[in-house]
Design a protein around this ligand. Structure first.
Ligand SMILES: Cc1cc2nc3c(=O)[nH]c(=O)nc-3n(C[C@H](O)[C@H](O)[C@H](O)COP(=O)(O)OP(=O)(O)OC[C@H]3O[C@@H](n4cnc5c(N)ncnc54)[C@H](O)[C@@H]3O)c2cc1C
Length: 505
């Protein structure tokens, strides 16, 4: 979940002296002549900002605005280097190997996998044949070294930028991520354990996760409180000797229905009276802990998504060893920053893969089916719909790659505005593209004969999961406005201020 943290380096008051007319004047509306009167507007500094005022000329002011790029958590471009978004040379052979594996092993396997699960007696389990197929693909991936590459240290040492290219490919196959042990929420959980886990925690939970022997879930959202603000979390963990006693209720806990899910990272309150951002902790709760009940699956558009599931859980006097606390009490928000950065943009990258798939299906259908004497793709506004989908996919790709690069160069916390920007932008647009692909398919678009309905459902939920769109737009908007705080700037652009002439220019 999002963490509102005080920003540094913003809200610095600036005194404009020696202002050049070009930026300091407003055009008078009372006269037909151009007359300039110095009018400046001071944008209030937020109370937290106490930095001394400095005198800046126009050139340095412009530089200052330009400087507020990746380095200061804003969403701006400063240097052409920001646009160097190429995959590294070392990663290219690896990328090719993953693509080949997805095409030759995962794609044929997943069709049989889903067929083998149809009509099984217990919906909350896998059939033997399903596990055989999946484990077979995982063994092959491991043997080829195409395994755990989401982890910078334990995996292939890929940068976020290199990983972005791979995640787009993974997004094209429902079982792509799991076959290569790169699926959520395990990736986020493994990354947390790797970074902040004790040696004991790593041995007990990280190792089997890295080996693909177990799965995991992350429990934060609660039915009783608005959980997009993680400060609201009410589930309590109280220290009692060498243990914590946990009571609370969680829902929409993805993956908790999977019989292979053995461990949950739980967000809970440990210091209800502490400072708001130190009240929460994250703690490891085994799924078989006495007192932990799975009340049932929450539905997503009427589907229970078995056996993965988005489960409703109740914890009643659940006791776990004190050693299960991650990184110490009160550090829940800090851990969230670590886990959600990569997780969020991995979703976005896979979303772009899904949009590519939808566009591909839309084009094929549109060119091979006719109505009113023409292929569907050439009727009405359909060619433009296809053009817009392609354009948006490329725009999203650039944004996601830039967010990945920001994470590589700045770290997850500093890059959070970029992460929020893509998290807000991508699922919404991918949903639109899938929706249009559904429309081009007519009734078949919502049927079981294409993957489109499932893809739409999954992308639509991403507009809520890991923070609803609005919260991410809020982060981006606040950052944009923060760069104006304390500045004295022209209240509105004028022809003089913009350097543009009047008519005819
Ligand atoms: C399929 C699926 C899987 C999920 N998996 C998990 C999981 O594994 N683990 C887990 O812990 N949770 C999971 N979630 C829950 C998800 O993270 C939450 O739904 C999300 O954080 C929002 O919390 P909420 O539902 O309590 O909405 P609320 O906090 O009640 O917000 C409701 C709405 O209020 C509006 N809103 C909120 N804040 C703002 C703002 N700042 N500005 C403007 N409007 C705002 C938004 O429109 C928002 O959608 C999952 C959800 C779904 C649908």
């Amino acid at each position: 979940m999002l963490v509102a943290q005080p920003r540094e380096g913003v809200g610095v008051g600036v005194e404009l002296t020696g202002i050049e007319p070009v930026t300091s004047c407003l055009q008078s509306r009372r006269s037909s002549q151009l007359s300039y009167s110095p009018v400046t507007v001071r944008i209030p500094v937020r109370p937290a900002a106490t930095a001394p005022r400095r005198a800046l000329g126009v050139a340095s002011l412009r530089r200052r605005w330009q400087d507020q790029t990746m380095e200061s958590r804003a969403l701006k471009t400063n240097s052409m280097d920001d646009f160097d978004l190429r995959m590294s040379e070392e990663s290219r052979p690896f990328f090719d190997a993953v693509v080949e594996f997805l095409e030759t092993v995962v794609d044929p396997m997943q069709a049989e996998f889903f067929q083998a699960g149809e009509g099984r007696a217990d919906r909350w389990s896998y059939t033997e044949r399903q596990l055989e197929l999946l484990e077979g693909a995982k063994d092959q991936a491991k043997a080829k070294g195409l395994w755990n590459f989401f982890l910078p240290d334990t995996g292939q040492g890929l940068s976020n930028l290199d990983y972005a290219y791979l995640a787009v490919e993974l997004g094209k196959y429902p079982l792509g991520s799991e076959s290569l042990n790169c699926s959520a929420p395990d990736t986020g959980n493994m990354e947390v354990l790797e970074r902040v886990g004790t040696p004991e925690q790593k041995q007990q939970w990280l190792e089997p996760l890295l080996n693909g022997e177990i799965r995991s879930c992350f429990g934060m959202t609660e039915p009783g409180v608005a959980s997009s603000d993680a400060k609201n979390v009410r589930c309590q963990a109280v220290r009692d000797g060498d243990e914590y006693v946990i009571n609370g209720e969680k829902y929409y806990i993805s993956g908790a229905g999977d019989p292979r899910c053995k461990i949950m990272i739980l967000m809970c309150q440990t210091s209800p009276d502490g400072p708001p951002h130190r009240r929460q902790s994250q703690i490891l709760v085994p799924m078989d802990a006495p007192g932990l009940e799975i009340l049932g699956p929450m539905h997503v558009f009427g589907q229970d998504d078995a056996p993965h599931g988005h489960m409703h859980l109740r914890l009643t006097d659940v006791r776990v060893p004190a050693g299960n606390m991650l990184w110490g009490e009160g550090r829940g928000f800090e851990i969230s920053q670590l886990r959600l950065g990569p997780g969020r943009i991995h979703h976005c990258m896979r979303g772009i893969g899904a949009a590519e798939k939808a566009l591909d299906l839309m084009c094929r259908r549109g060119l091979t089916r006719e109505a009113f004497g023409k292929p569907l793709a050439r009727l009405g506004g359909n060619t433009e719909i296809i053009a817009r989908a392609r354009t948006e996919i490329e725009a999203m790709r650039m944004m996601v790659l830039r967010a990945a690069k920001a994470m590589d160069t700045l770290g997850n916390t500093e890059a959070r505005v970029w992460i929020s920007a893509v998290k807000a932008m991508v699922p919404e647009r991918v949903c639109n593209i899938i929706d249009q692909a559904i429309q081009m398919h007519g009734a078949t678009g919502v049927s079981q004969w294409t993957p489109l309905a499932g893809m739409y459902q999954s992308q639509r939920t991403l507009r809520l999961a890991d923070g609803p769109d609005e919260v991410h737009w809020m982060v981006v908007g606040r950052s944009e406005l923060a760069s104006y705080e304390g500045l004295e700037v022209p209240a509105s652009p004028t022809s003089a201020a913009t350097g543009l002439g009047g008519s005819g220019s």
